[in-house]
Design a protein around this ligand. Structure first.
Ligand SMILES: NC(=O)c1ccc[n+]([C@@H]2O[C@H](COP(=O)([O-])OP(=O)(O)OC[C@H]3O[C@@H](n4cnc5c(N)ncnc54)[C@H](OP(=O)(O)O)[C@@H]3O)[C@@H](O)[C@H]2O)c1
Length: 300
């Protein structure tokens, strides 16, 4: 099967990805890209990435083709962050094969997750991703306040990753996340945050800012729940100056918070990837508009 080549990446901005855009979204691509500084280093990271939970689970031709199309769309529209995990089925292998064939590993910011500070698990992730090192190595689903990042920090010192982080989307574990975040001061925390799920605003975002941890927002659409809630409804008039689609409405709510470094919506659809990347361009909602967005969603 044909896989991504450098030429494919170069051609894409002029062809496939643009064709997938709605007219209003195309207008947004002329605006400058929004990138955020990673707090500990100042390195710029494009603010919309790709989540890969449950989309590239199988290492077969069909999944590989989907991954290639989505990653092409990501690269052609200014994105570079791909979030995956050792436990996301075959996603690491599928991503690794795609990037190896594209010769484009250095153009991407690869974040993966381990279940434990286990060298064998890390070796497996690096082998599947076909890389010597990842950009961000995260301890997945922190659940115990005593969990240590000592081994992750050693791996960082050895050059096996450039940043370390922790993740959780379980609110019962937010106490453990706060404890580990406050004590270990990782470079990143990945937490569930969406327009209809704002618990992280109270507990995690303020602490992340205090310890200078970048924030990746998992589940920015509530696993698609937000789209189901607005099905059949147009984006309201008062949001038209900043949101060309519902996806951009939901993502820009998150990106308008300066503590959020990047959002990582999951998708297996290149047109959705392009739509999501549109949230990196154009105006952001101000604080009054953000309040209105909350009221709007609460009234659905
Ligand atoms: N503990 C953790 O560390 C943890 C836990 C959960 C998730 N995560 C990370 O967070 C990422 C995001 O979470 P998620 O993928 O579960 O949920 P999500 O991003 O909240 O929602 C994904 C859903 O939205 C749909 N979608 C995406 N873009 C769309 C668009 N523009 N228009 C319409 N529908 C769209 C997708 O369908 P299509 O495929 O059809 O686009 C999919 O059904 C994960 O992929 C993973 O990387 C981390």
């Amino acid at each position: 099967m044909a896989r991504l080549t450098r030429r494919h990446f170069a051609l894409l901005s002029a062809t496939g990805a643009a064709a997938a855009l709605a007219p209003r979204a195309i207008a947004q691509t002329t605006a400058p890209l929004i990138a955020r500084a990673i707090p500990k280093t100042g390195e710029q990271l494009s603010a919309v990435g790709l989540g890969t939970a449950a989309v590239f689970d199988d290492d077969d031709a069909q999944t590989q083709a989907k991954a290639e199309a989505v990653i092409k769309a990501l690269a052609a529209n200014g994105g570079r962050l791909i979030d995956t995990a050792s436990t996301y089925g075959d996603a690491e292998s599928v991503i690794g094969a795609t990037l190896a064939d594209a010769g484009g590993r250095q153009n991407f910011f690869i974040a993966t997750k381990l279940e434990a500070p286990d060298a064998a698990e890390l070796r497996q992730s690096l082998a599947r991703l076909r890389t010597q090192s990842v950009d961000l190595l995260q301890l997945h689903n922190v659940s115990d306040p005593r969990q240590s990042l000592r081994q992750f920090n050693q791996w960082k010192a050895q050059g096996l990753c450039r940043y370390v982080g922790i993740t959780s989307t379980y609110h019962r574990d937010f106490g453990a996340v706060e404890a580990v975040l406050g004590r270990e001061k990782p470079d990143f925390v990945q937490i569930d945050y969406s327009l209809d799920n704002r618990e992280a605003e109270k507990r995690i975002l303020p602490l992340a800012a205090e310890v200078k941890a970048g924030v990746l927002t998992a589940l920015p659409f509530g696993r698609g729940r937000l789209f189901r809630a607005v099905r059949g409804k147009p984006v309201p008039d008062w949001a038209q100056n900043f949101a060309g689609s519902w996806a951009q409405f939901f993502l820009k709510f998150l990106l308008a918070d300066p503590r959020v470094t990047a959002v990582i919506p999951g998708t297996a659809d290149p047109a959705h990837m392009v739509d999501n990347l549109g949230a990196m361009r154009g105006a952001m909602p101000d604080s009054d508009q953000r309040r209105r967005m909350v009221q709007f969603v609460e009234a659905l």
